[in-house]
Design a binder for this molecule. Sequence first.
Ligand code: AMP
Ligand code: MG
Length: 345
Amino acid sequence: MKTRIYTADMIDHPDVKADIKKTLLSGKHVVFPTETVYGIGAYALHETGILNIYRVKGRPSDNPLIMHLPSPDTIAPYVVVEQPYVNALMDAFWPGPLTLVCKKKDTVPLWLTGGLDTVGIRLPSHPVAQKVLNIAGIPICAPSANLSGRPSATLFEHVLDDFNHRVDIIIDGGKSEVGLESTVLDVTQIKPVILRPGVITKTMLEDVVGPVEVQLETPHDIAPRSPGMKYKHYAPKGEMVIVEGETEKVVTYIKEQITLQQQAGRKVGVIATDDLMEQFAPAYVYTLGDVARETDIAANLYIALRRMDALDMDVIYSIAFHQSVYQEVIMNRLYKAANHRVIKV
Ligand code: AMP
Ligand code: MG
């Protein structure tokens, strides 16, 4: 298959608009940027289109998809909003990186929700994503544009790596600003429940609606409320280890390991911040940026993981981020990438 590639400024052209609309309506796939990560978009109510997403990504069929809509006034045909606090959340965080899991109406097919009677709804804020949704005029499912188990794509180049010649259209929108997937919040209960952390943090949610619960996955959960959380995700190919503790001890430990691993002939990568780069010099170091710029750290994480793959690193050490305002989401993704291998020093 030859993939048609458009840049963000091309999508205002009438021919390109028509191509995007026709492609989606016929159940084919358009990869587009969102503020969180790139999404592989398909018409949410087109059964073949959706089943093909699972096939193309290699995604397990019980892992439900999030439905993307252009504005709050377009959600009514698909969900019943029962809890009184939901409107305040929509006002505060939409459009943006917050997915609300609501009770679904019969219009939403079960093959979209992995058999659940709820559906996740999101309104992306990225201008290209908004344009695609408005051009198409239909609900679109857009799971992260990565092959299942690989880190989500946050750069156009990453999308090409995974999907060139596998989808009809890819839209190049540069780097995803947030760089991590949306916060998934169950709003069917009296108290909202975080099912997947994101950069809309528990504290930010609580500032708007009061107490919020957290129910994250346990690796061996048989029926977690957010099925996607039971799968190993975001994994680089090399063996990744997170090193936690006081900075000085962390640095000493990683330096020792670099020496030992390199003596054993293994390629070593380190994920760190600007201030620590030089310390790990004999290894390949990917810096997530200035430790004080928390949004950069989040936005660069998947780029770091993909870089480690591109360079065929055998073993990857990462520092931890327990002081960050985004610690819930960053550590959640790091622990998964490392398959929960943590060394405390
Ligand atoms: P992705 O689109 O790849 O970012 O993954 C979507 C995430 O949202 C997965 O972790 C899903 O399990 C979760 N999710 C989607 N829909 C629901 C739902 N109805 N109930 C609970 N979790 C959901
Ligand atoms: Mg994903």
